[in-house]
Write a protein that binds this ligand. Structure first.
Ligand code: ZN
Ligand code: ZN
Length: 419
């Protein structure tokens, strides 16, 4: 690991994308995604060569931890450190800030001795060539390609929704009732970086039905499971929203999928698409959390002669008001943004004992879920709360016993522990 560490100090200066900051009682942690400035400038501005070059870059996740008074100085140096702002980071032994560096792909700590750096905001002239190179791949996916991917998926029998325990992140699936095998994943994330401790040590997923992966938005806690838990996910087809202002690690991930012809981009002018298992909605808000894709899933089960159908909201991290009308009624939902802050009214419930799920990791850096948000949900009539930290969850499952995996748990770790 030390050779990686000395590589890091040698490749200075860096262009650092700010993920935002997190305040607690003791101080502030500002998080960055950094890439060597010269290596990024070697990436062609456009054309297919841009994607293959992007996919080869080495990127770093960097945290700067500061007491409250020093945070004011950092704000002066880099402008306000909000999500999406770019800085130049010069590593130097006399630098002003101490860096905690991880390789952004492997999530491994690099330095025992923490390097130091200076920071300054990028000028508009410096910013433009950076943003051009780091933009997500522009892929023109047609509606018929998306339909072929999603509607072509035979969903022949009863289904349910699962929410897996991946730590501070999100990974859900629409599963076949008989085998509990995912027919489609909605997000493939996990706890990473500051929340690496929340990620399960080992986890194997099921790809027996060649499930496509619908990505809600381009935050690492929603896609890094494909790197850090089970890289077989990289061989599946991904359907993702085109989003602006992403970090280099994200663009690199997308470029890799694109180079392997596994990335489809949701068309800008498509506000929703009805598919046999529900509706995929393009969220109406701004920033990464609120401008991605949400799923209103329709699943069904049979009991004797009767067929029951269920409607479940999977919002990713979007505001409820970014997705649909607040009068829409659901049988179940996954609380948005890991139970953190959001916008819009809690969805309306139906049934006697409506269930909602929350995906988060114990002792996460954001202190999710927030008590106030949980009260809002309970006050809106949702009676039962299931947490992924207590095990994998099935929603809209009507059997008395837990769903059983077709492989009996020999091939994957997706056994359901809560219904
Ligand atoms: Zn998230
Ligand atoms: Zn997010």
């Amino acid at each position: 690991m030390t050779s990686d560490g000395s590589m890091f100090t040698k490749q200075t200066p860096y262009f650092a994308f700010c993920h935002g900051f997190n305040k607690d009682q003791k101080g502030v942690t500002v998080s960055f995604d950094a890439v060597s400035a010269s290596l990024l400038m070697d990436v062609p501005e456009e054309g297919d060569g841009r994607y293959s070059a992007l996919a080869k870059l080495i990127t770093y996740n960097i945290d700067i931890r500061l007491p409250h008074d020093k945070f004011i100085e950092l704000k002066d140096d880099m402008g306000y450190p909000e999500e999406g702002s770019w800085s130049r980071m010069d590593v130097s032994s006399g630098g002003k800030y101490t860096l905690a560096v991880r390789n952004a792909d492997t999530d491994l700590n690099l330095d025992e001795e923490q390097p130091r750096a200076f920071l300054r905001q990028l000028s508009i002239n410096e910013l433009e060539p950076v943003k051009k190179r780091v933009a997500l791949p522009r892929i023109n996916t047609s509606r018929s390609e998306i339909k072929k991917l999603l509607i072509g998926k035979r969903i022949g029998g009863p289904t349910f929704i699962s929410v897996y325990n991946v730590g501070q992140g999100l990974c859900c699936a629409l599963c076949d009732e008989k085998s509990a095998a995912p027919l489609l994943y909605f997000d493939f994330g996990c706890g990473c970086y500051a929340n690496a401790h929340t990620r399960p040590r080992e986890m194997k997923f099921c790809f027996s039905q060649e499930p496509p992966i619908v990505l809600s938005h381009w935050h690492s806690d929603h896609y890094m499971g494909a790197k850090l838990l089970d890289d077989a996910a990289l061989d599946m087809k991904w359907l993702a929203p085109y989003q602006y202002n992403v970090c280099t690690t994200t663009s690199k991930f997308a470029a890799f999928l694109h180079c392997n012809r596994n990335l489809l981009m949701w068309p800008d002018d498509l506000s929703y698409l009805n598919v046999p298992f529900g509706t995929i909605v393009k969220c109406k808000g701004g920033m990464l959390n609120r401008s991605g894709l949400a799923l209103i899933a329709r699943t069904y089960t049979t009991q004797g002669e009767n067929e029951h159908s269920f409607k479940t909201l999977l919002p990713g991290d979007a505001g409820y008001d970014d997705i649909c009308d607040s009068n829409m009624i659901f049988d179940a939902f996954v609380a948005t943004h890991h139970g953190g802050d959001t916008t819009g009214n809690v969805p309306k419930s139906m049934g006697d004992e409506p269930i909602f799920a929350i995906s988060y990791g114990n002792r996460n850096s954001y202190e999710h879920p927030k008590d106030q948000r949980m009260n809002d949900i309970m006050n809106a009539g949702w009676r039962r709360r299931l947490n992924t930290v207590d095990g994998n969850i099935a929603l809209c499952w009507r059997g008395d016993n837990l769903p059983m995996l077709g492989c009996g748990g020999k091939e994957c770790s997706l056994h359901i522990q809560q219904i």
